[in-house]
Write a protein that binds this ligand. Structure first.
Ligand SMILES: Cc1cc2nc3c(=O)[nH]c(=O)nc-3n(C[C@H](O)[C@H](O)[C@H](O)COP(=O)(O)OP(=O)(O)OC[C@H]3O[C@@H](n4cnc5c(N)ncnc54)[C@H](O)[C@@H]3O)c2cc1C
Length: 338
């Protein structure tokens, strides 16, 4: 039987996770991944890669819990395997601290990470500006290693990779049966989504091998995440800001905020600075639609708009996307029979 031709647009963590999941789960499909930018030049490459979720307002919590759990379990298995250093996936323990006690003391993901507990007063003494804290072990997934690792896995599963900018979905409709859109912020132009917008983030990589625990301020404006080769120090959350160049004032204020939490950072050597644009949306878009392209109805599966949680949720939303592609295939089969 002829294979169904599936194209995945996007080579960030969402695109590659989705492409791998489809190629491995649906052998009746030939899968091609198209993107204009690949590792190390995607947003995903510079993400700190810590698994931590925010709560999206209009997506059932059960679905968000499943996205988190599927991603966590998948990455935990890698972190505990021989592939950990090569894939850039490690366990990471530390503290999330708050200046004011949050409404949600126990976030929905608290039972999905390892050993979640509230910090004791004694532990909090170290952070005099903070009243409340959570201690847990999560995962750090470094996409500059993880994306090439996923690409290899995709190719082993029979996938094909091509570098190309897609200007409109019409360009794809004659060569592919199903289009899977994982273009992140690119969806603003590619599918005309006015709901997706950038939230600029600037981070530094520093050399500080003595740091072993992460520290994150609950407001997301100060975090210190030790990784395999360096420590990621951040950050900023500038809504609607498209600037990709490093801002020296941001660097100064990041170091100031983070040194307040971890004074030894003043001894750390700055290795690099980086800016990325989070593909924010009120809710990520993980859904199937039929689009009229060149006189035909073409199934399109969207999977984008993960904001600050793309690394955290990529595998979970990729599994949902596989289910949506499967539904497209069933409908195509049914139509062929009628
Ligand atoms: C400073 C910072 C820190 C972060 N820290 C974390 C963290 O700790 N944990 C976490 O979970 N998340 C974090 N994030 C968020 C995370 O980086 C994003 O959610 C994630 O990278 C989104 O992945 P993506 O694959 O959707 O998009 P991207 O990585 O941006 O990939 C989009 C892909 O689509 C392609 N594309 C777009 N348009 C087109 C087109 N027209 N034609 C062809 N190709 C196209 C691009 O070339 C690219 O390959 C952070 C982000 C920033 C900026």
């Amino acid at each position: 039987m002829k294979k169904a031709r599936v194209v995945v647009v996007g080579a960030g963590v969402v695109g590659f996770s989705t492409a791998v999941c489809i190629a491995e789960a649906l052998p009746m499909c030939s899968v091609t991944l198209l993107a204009d930018k690949f590792s190390p030049n995607t947003t995903s490459d510079g993400a700190a890669g810590i698994l931590l979720a925010v709560e999206f307002p209009d997506i059932p919590l059960e679905r968000q819990r499943r996205w988190f759990k599927d991603s966590f379990d998948h990455l935990l298995a890698i972190a505990q395997s021989q592939h950990s250093p090569e894939a850039g996936v490690i366990l990471s323990s530390g503290w999330q601290i708050f200046k004011e006690v949050p409404v949600d003391k126990l976030p929905f993901w608290s039972e999905l990470v390892i050993g979640f507990r509230l910090m004791t007063d004694c532990e909090l003494k170290r952070f005099p500006q903070h009243k409340f804290g959570q201690a847990f072990t999560t995962i750090k997934c470094e996409c500059s290693s993880y994306l090439p690792w996923l690409e290899n896995r995709f190719i082993k599963a029979g996938g094909e990779v091509k570098q190309r900018k897609v200007n409109s979905l019409e360009e794809l409709s004659s060569s592919y049966d199903i289009i899977v859109n994982c273009s992140g912020l690119g969806s603003k132009n590619l599918v005309g989504d006015t709901q997706v917008y950038p939230v600029r983030g600037q981070v530094l990589k520093v050399e500080a091998p003595w740091l072993q625990h992460f520290i994150r301020d609950g407001d997301g404006k100060a975090y210190i995440y030790p990784g395999i080769h360096s420590v990621t120090v951040g950050g900023t959350r500038q809504e609607g800001d498209w600037r990709l160049q490093v801002d020296e004032e941001d660097t100064r204020s990041i170091m100031e905020r983070c040194s307040r939490l971890e004074p030894s950072l003043s001894k750390a050597k700055v290795l690099s600075e980086w800016v990325g644009l989070r593909p924010n949306r009120k809710n990520p878009r993980v859904e199937r639609v039929l689009v009229h392209l060149q006189g035909c109805r073409v199934p399109v599966v969207h999977n984008y708009g993960h904001g600050s949680c793309g690394v955290t949720l990529a595998w979970g939303t990729a599994l949902d996307a596989v289910g949506l592609v499967r539904q497209c295939l069933n409908e195509m089969l049914l139509e062929a029979k009628l």
